[in-house]
Design a protein around this ligand. Structure first.
Ligand code: FES
Length: 110
């Protein structure tokens, strides 16, 4: 399902440094995660492309996230699989932060 142009997710204060916060998008019935790193905010599919584990429960290291299930490692900047068993890249989305509000945009690569 295609997301609307943008969706306000919440306040900047809700996503602290080093946090990975899951959001359920009612409009598209999917889970998105937002991570705040030293490189900024990243928005991505919360469900691992390998077997659907919640990446928001994974380990954030710099701008990569490790799946809590089988340990796949994804680069949040590119979506590339850095270490398997996952083979499919991570879906990523545009995310904006302005005046204390975090907004999700379209899927990158669409
Ligand atoms: S569910 Fe994420 S690596 Fe298997």
């Amino acid at each position: 399902m295609t997301l609307p142009t943008s969706i306000a997710l919440g306040g900047s204060d809700d996503i602290g440094f080093g946090a990975v916060i899951p959001f359920y998008l009612e409009v598209s019935k999917e889970r998105i995660a937002i991570a705040r790193t030293a490189d900024g905010l990243f928005a991505f599919d919360d469900l691992c492309p390998h077997d659907g584990a919640p990446l928001s429960s994974g380990l954030l290291a710099r701008r990569a996230i490790m799946c809590p299930c089988d340990g796949s490692l994804f680069d949040l900047g590119t979506g590339v699989v850095l270490d398997g068993p996952a083979e499919m890249p991570l879906r990523r989305f545009i995310v904006h932060e302005e005046r204390g509000t975090v907004t999700l945009g379209r899927q990158l690569g669409d």
